[in-house]
Unconditional design. Sequence first.
Length: 199
Amino acid sequence: MGAVAGHAHGPYTLYDLDALPDDGLRYELADGWLTELPGDLWHDHAAERLRGLLRDAAARAGADVHVGGPPRDVGTAAGIRRPDAFAVGRDVARAALESQARTYYGPDLLLVAEVVTPRTGSERTDRVRKVAEYAATGIPHYWIVDLEPRAAVTLLELSRPGAADAHYRVRRRVRAGEDLTAERPFPIRFDPARLSEME
């Protein structure tokens, strides 16, 4: 990352993140450093498919939630993260829209999901750092989506919410050809293979 808004070499702030040009690239801010998020057609396609599956399931369940993704942010102790998919209560989303807030915070979120881009620096962040950050922030559900070698979703659930030692436990890992079924944050059922299908 080159020089940004008056800071030649960091550390960077939320103001620097906001000052970046809208050039199609996406960034996160963690520990004072801006990191470009990798993306490719398969990653972006899977993220959009996941958001669609979540929206459809929430609508079928009559859940009072909003499902979204970038450019909305999630605030953590390390900084600002941009999950590929998330779910918040509709009243929270409405309040954010009315106040023009772009960032959600742990207690507001019901679910976050990240699609892993293998062999990049963000892979470790999605599998390790965000697991700790999202748990400490109090987000009850975190899904990690893998596309290689075949689509799979690892469902993590917060253990001991609100406690200082809150952490995620793996509920299960569901691979392509199996049914992912979950009741929380709202009932949903799909085969992870659908994340890499073209319509």
